[in-house]
Structure formats: structure tokens, C-alpha cells
Design a protein. Sequence first.
Length: 171
Amino acid sequence: MTLLTVLHYPDPRLHKVAKPVAKVDERVRKLVADMAETMYNAPGVGLAATQVDIHERIIVIDVSEDQNQLMVFINPELVWASTEKKSWREGCLSVPEFYDEVERPDQIQVKALDIHGKPFELKADGLLSVCLQHEMDHLLGKVFVEYLSFLKRNRISLKMKKRAKELVGQR
Ligand code: NI
């Protein structure tokens, strides 16, 4: 398995729209394994292929306490969302060290393919619902900071650019 490089906001590649996976084959399963390893290593609770500069509709999630319940969503689609909304403090591996409140539908239902290409449907609430919506946004080229005010987003963008420069300077 290989650790993949996670793109950091405001990298323009985070705004690319992912294409559906045409065939769930060994190539896709290898990518899923690498994405899972990258997510666990970070550590994080979710990762979208967009974040590792692969623009295909693939998501890995693990919201379990022991980080031992990997969930894979290939070509995920939103089937239903509750009108009731809830606010959660979100973070993102592409925006390290920043957390802020985002309001989203409380419950959702999604359909997707598993790693064998078999379709399944799932109803989610709580952290899983938040995480799925956050990761599905990534596949559409949207990062959670885009829900925040222009001022906040601008500040995050400046700090991230400064951080990137500092990291380069350390090499
Ligand atoms: Ni994210």
C-alpha cells in the first residue's frame, strides 16, 4: 500500500469535479486501499479521491471509535435528505488545524457501489451523515470552508498559503 499526498486548500485541484468510476476493478480496489491507509495515517474519518488528486467518485470513511470499520462508497449519490438540519464542527485533511460549524441536513440516504461493484443503499445520521455529505461535496469540487463567510474563508486561505511557504522553507 502507498501513502498518497493530500492536497491542501486553496489548491485549485480541490475544485475539480470527479467523474463516475466506469468499472470497479483491481485498479480501483488498489486505490481504495491506498486511500484508506492515507486516511488512517493522517488520522482522519473520511477521504475523497479528489483530495489525493484523483478525480473519480470514490470515498472512504471510518467513523468508528476504534477506526476498524472501513466504509467504501463508489459513485455515491444522494437519494434523500431530511429537511431537519443540524450544525456540526467540521474539519478536513485538506484544511489542517481548522474547524468550524457547518449546517447540513441531519439525516440522508445514499446509494453507491461497494468494492465489488455491488450496489447498496444506506441511511445515515450523526457523524456518518455529516462525513458523507462533506466527502460528497469534495467530489463536486467543494471544500467545507466554502460554507463559511467570505472573511473567514479569506483568513483561512491566507494562513494556509503562509503555512505552505513555511513547510517549503523547512525542507
Ligand atoms: Ni474534507
